[in-house]
Design a protein around this ligand. Structure first.
Ligand code: ADP
Length: 392
């Protein structure tokens, strides 16, 4: 089956085309458009280009997958019908760059490719089995009823880590559970498999995973929480917002703008929002850049350790996404001094694994440590294929 994965931003449209089948998994094409004003126009253009290259006619595309961020009252891997559109629109305020774009894109594909199944994989889907106490904020009930709770994001990436780490740890039983998770839900296993997944990139999160199922994650109600992000604040005491508004004379909109655009690595370092630039400045002696790096590492460690009691042990630690995959120095800083917990890097292996899959833990450590490159589009293609196969 040919599966088109559509990635919609507020002014961009990117796509990848996959051939999926039993034992078949192949990316056929990718492309994209910037400064998009009319999604219908670029979608038609992309489809015409795929047809011209002989890769897929419109009739051959069996399904279109959407990596939707979060929806009000809805999550999981689901057919993208009216209820998905309503859920996206109900939370347009929470993900303003993404939800309106996905709603528009899903509608357009419905018109342009009426024969293709549309499937939404919510970024929140991987957290649907986190116990209520791990999702609830201690806010009044009315806030809760308004949908204010911990959702978690980067679900496609962490699910991929859950599956791949189980394979790398020779636990095909758990890998099988992860593959079917959105069809069958969690399944008990006799011997536990506990993994910490560190997705460290332009935006970052840490997730604790037991037997392939998330027990909690660092992001909460919006992607504006958890670890410091490239230019977003991450966790912040809610008391700071009214205080900053009064003392600095900032409107709520301006507070939001500064916390979402001028904070995170950029805000602390004053250098930039890319870890490469921040690190280069830190190595060059820039004290604020050094502080930004230290703060980031400390927050990764804080969040990673926060899931250890919940997991009750650890077999695997995984680094993924741009920062996690490419920076041995960062992995070394995150793992420093954890020998007593069985977390020990092999310096040479760690130094040599950049942007590719590899094991970087020392042979003696009880926790195996890996780099697993993120491939969220492939995760989408797989989940969409599984979902459509279950519907047909
Ligand atoms: P996004 O979350 O936007 O998809 P990425 O996962 O690509 O972003 O992560 C971007 C971050 O990864 C940047 O801070 C950048 O410094 C870091 N990064 C990406 N590639 C490299 C590389 N080759 N070497 C070092 N750092 C990298």
């Amino acid at each position: 089956m040919k599966v088109l994965v559509a990635n919609l931003g507020s002014t961009s449209f990117k796509y990848r085309l996959f051939e999926m089948g039993e034992g078949v998994e192949c990316q056929l094409a990718e492309g994209g458009y910037e400064r998009v004003t009319d999604y219908g126009e670029v979608i038609r253009d992309a489809l015409a280009s795929l047809a011209e290259q002989g890769l897929a006619t419109e009739e051959e595309i069996g399904a279109v997958g959407f990596k939707t961020v979060l929806g009000r009252g809805l999550s999981g891997c689901v057919e993208a019908g009216e209820d998905v559109l309503e859920a996206l629109e109900g939370f347009a305020e929470v993900a303003p760059a993404h939800n309106p774009a996905y709603a528009a894109g899903i509608r357009q594909f419905g018109q342009i490719l009426p024969g293709a199944r549309r499937v939404a994989l919510f970024e929140t889907a991987f957290y649907q089995w986190v116990p209520e106490a791990g999702c609830r904020y201690a806010v009044p009930r009315a806030w809760c009823e308004a949908g204010i709770r911990r959702y978690g994001f980067h679900g496609a990436s962490h699910k991929f880590v859950a599956e791949r780490s189980a394979e790398l740890l020779d636990r095909e039983d758990v890998a099988g559970i992860v593959r079917e998770l959105y069809m069958n839900g969690p399944v008990d296993v006799a011997k536990p498999l506990r993994v910490l997944s560190c997705h460290l990139g332009g935006s970052s999160s840490v997730t604790g995973i037991r037997n392939g199922v998330a027990v909690g994650t660092s992001m909460g109600f919006s992607p504006q929480s958890g670890l410091p992000q490239n230019n977003r604040v991450g966790d912040l005491d809610s008391g700071a917002i009214p205080y900053a508004s009064k003392v600095l004379g900032l409107s709520l909109d301006e507070v939001e703008r500064q916390l979402t655009r001028e904070s995170g690595l950029l805000g602390v370092s004053g250098v930039g929002n890319d870890m490469r630039d921040v690190r280069a400045a830190a190595v060059g002696g820039n004290a604020e850049a050094q502080l930004a790096v230290e703060l980031f590492v400390r927050e990764v460690r804080r969040w990673a350790s926060s899931f250890l009691f919940e997991l009750g042990g650890l077999e695997g630690l995984v680094f993924t996404a741009g920062i996690g995959e490419n920076n041995p120095w960062l992995r070394e800083a995150v793992c420093a001094g954890l020998e007593e917990f069985g977390i020990v890097l092999d310096d040479e292996r760690n130094e040599n694994v950049r942007g590719e899959e590899g094991e970087i833990g020392a042979p003696g450590g009880s926790v195996r440590i890996f780099v697993v490159p993120a491939n969220e589009e492939l995760v989408l293609a797989r989940e969409v294929y599984r979902k459509v196969s279950s519907l047909n």
